[in-house]
Design a protein around this ligand. Structure first.
Ligand code: NAD
Length: 333
């Protein structure tokens, strides 16, 4: 039985985690959850934002799934999420997005995955004022060959394994000639190793325009940290919003799957939360664990539930988190 660290997080994290555990039990997925929390609630109880037992659990199990975590301001961490990504060198931020039945959107054939470099770029936190008057400040954007190579390789491997014939690299190398220029050069080098996959090159501003006019034409996008952060939320918006956006942070040895939305304090504890983002992340986790049959069973049950018109309030429906969960369970094989 594979053990998985479950980090419920804060706010609606508990309700959506309950939904996940119930569905996995009903689908008889051969995994066991080890619950260890981090964030504001844990801090208020124990004085620690990330307890030692959580690190031990992640390091033992090598795989975790997490709900939304609130990082209290001024408590030693800029963001717990960013900290965990750095600590475990989870360099691939994987954000798949696709249209779901019963969720009306402007476009109908979106099915794409964004590979965002997760450890470098402007997120390294090297910022400073340039003078005492604080009238000028700088932030460092660091791009390395090693960091670029491994994320671009992840994107090409995904395209190869899923029979996708094009990878789109997004950059601003016309202005940032050293940093983005290096990323683009490496994409060109790596693309030569994949005979049947075309490399498409797009500048970030053009990419934004293309995504809101013709998103169906993209399948795999690879880019640096900040562009990837923005593009992945943009695309989530195209398919129904953050409530349906799964994500994963993947390194060579450890992976943390996650719902990308926040803890939604406005609806926490009211049985209104939409568990879809966490459930769709769990399907990606099952594929990562090569438990494809279980992933398919749960995915089909979710799609059938949505096709039947069952939706939580954020998607324009009127059913509760527990009712939605029960309907999915009824639709399992
Ligand atoms: P949020 O995502 O929590 O909420 C924005 C809006 O979307 C709210 O109206 C909320 O009710 C709704 N919403 C979000 N997820 C939903 C879901 N699954 N079902 C139904 N409705 C949903 O964003 P916020 O209000 O900016 O942030 C709240 C807290 O979450 C902050 O403390 C922030 O630090 C934290 N946060 C955590 C993560 C993370 O752990 N990955 C991400 C973003 C924000």
């Amino acid at each position: 039985m594979k053990k998985i660290t479950l980090i419920p997080g804060d706010g609606i994290g508990y309700e959506i985690s309950d939904s996940l555990v119930k569905i996995f039990e009903a689908a008889k997925v051969p995994v066991e959850f080890e619950t260890e929390n981090a964030g504001l609630d844990v801090y208020e109880k124990t004085g620690e934002l990330i307890p030692e037992s959580l690190y031990e659990s992640i390091e033992r199990n090598k795989i975790a799934i997490k709900g939304p975590i609130t990082t209290p301001i001024g408590k030693g961490f800029r963001s717990i999420n960013v900290y965990l990504r750095k600590k475990y060198d989870l360099y691939t931020n994987f954000r798949p997005s696709r249209n779901l039945p019963g969720i009306e959107t402007r476009y109908n054939n979106i099915d794409l995955a964004i590979f965002r470099e997760n450890t470098e770029g402007i997120y390294i936190g090297e910022e400073k004022y340039e003078n005492e008057e604080k009238t000028s400040a700088v932030a460092v954007k660091r791009i390395t060959r090693k960091g670029s190579k491994r994320i671009i390789k992840s994107a090409f491997e995904y395209a190869k394994n899923n029979g996708i014939s094009k990878v789109t690299v997004v950059h601003k190398a016309n202005i940032l000639k050293f940093t983005d220029g290096m990323f683009l050069d490496i994409a060109r080098e790596i693309s030569k190793e994949y005979e049947n996959i075309e490399l498409e090159e797009l500048i970030i501003d053009n990419m934004c325009m293309q995504l809101v006019t013709n998103p169906e034409r993209f399948k795999v996008i690879v880019t640096m940290n900040l562009y990837g952060d923005i593009l992945s939320d943009l695309v989530a918006g195209l398919v129904g919003g953050l409530g349906v956006a799964p994500g994963a942070n993947i390194g060579d040895n450890i992976a943390i799957f996650e719902a990308v939305h926040g803890s939604a304090p406005d609806i926490a504890g009211q049985n209104k939360a939409n568990p879809l983002a966490l459930l769709l992340s769990s399907i990606e986790m099952l594929k990562y664990l090569k438990l494809d049959d279980f992933a398919k069973n749960i995915e089909k049950a979710i799609l059938k539930t949505l096709t039947d018109g069952c939706k939580t309030a954020d998607l324009g429906g009127n059913i509760t988190t527990t009712e939605f969960t029960d309907k999915i369970i009824k639709n399992l094989k």
